[in-house]
Design a protein around this ligand. Structure first.
Ligand SMILES: Cc1ncc(CO)c(N)n1
Length: 225
């Protein structure tokens, strides 16, 4: 595997992500990207919800930056900035390329899954110690990197889906994941077994939310009224 296996904490913190990744890669949404069979409607739903997600994700990273050991604060703050840039640049351009109206970004409410996921991230980053918040955001990085790599190997017949895959398979994204694993390593080596277990629980939860986020797009999940 990757260099992650050399981290002493990887068996505890990596296991829930590795389990979740198998399910994520098997999901209809991601299966439909290389083949191009994913309906445009589901892709558009995802990009719009992901834009809403990224605003709150950037806020969660900013909260974490404020709680971080000084050596890690600038890294997390820079990642918050990168999340906002993605929201403002990549997502509107993908929507236009997919033939969808970027105006939908301003008229669509957060779905139930987006609301649940971002509320969880923000609550943990607000209310819990630094290492727990860091754990909650870790699957956002690691899962997307793995998805980008796995799908890049297959490519896509659809240029819009190929562009999305390339964004997460890019060296710049891999760099931000490597930096975050370094931040985890700096903190995790000083933590007790129960504290690592607390981190593992958040990782399991947000890994599930990652799967649920793609699932909501395929189902076109809506509020009951
Ligand atoms: C839901 C979700 N998780 C992680 C990422 C990676 O930034 C993203 N764009 N969206």
């Amino acid at each position: 595997m990757s260099a992650t296996s050399s981290y002493t904490w990887w068996p505890v913190l990596g296991a829930p992500m590795e389990d979740g990744l198998k399910r994520v890669l098997a999901h209809d949404f991601l299966q439909g990207l290389p083949s191009g069979t994913l309906p445009r409607e589901a892709f558009g739903y995802f990009i719009i919800q992901d834009t809403l997600y990224l605003s709150d994700y950037a806020r969660a990273l900013s909260l974490l930056a404020a709680k971080a050991p000084v050596g890690s604060a600038a890294t997390l703050a820079a990642h918050a900035g990168a999340a906002v840039a993605t929201e403002l640049e990549l997502h509107p351009s993908l929507l236009r390329a997919a033939g969808l109206d970027p105006g939908l970004l301003h008229s669509t409410p957060k779905s139930p899954a987006t609301t649940a996921y971002t509320s969880y991230l923000l609550a943990v980053c607000h209310q819990r110690p630094f290492h727990e918040g860091l754990a909650a955001v870790l699957p956002c990085y690691w899962i997307y990197e793995q998805v980008g790599r796995a799908l890049q190997a297959e490519g896509s017949s659809d240029p819009v889906y190929a562009a999305w895959i390339e964004a997460y398979a890019a060296p710049g994204f891999a760099q931000s994941v490597a930096e975050t694993l370094g931040v985890v390593d700096a903190v995790a080596t000083r933590l007790s077994g129960p504290e690592l277990e607390d981190m593992a629980r958040h990782i399991e939860t947000t890994t599930r939310y990652e799967w649920m986020f793609w699932d909501a797009a395929v189902r076109g999940e809506q509020w009951p009224w």
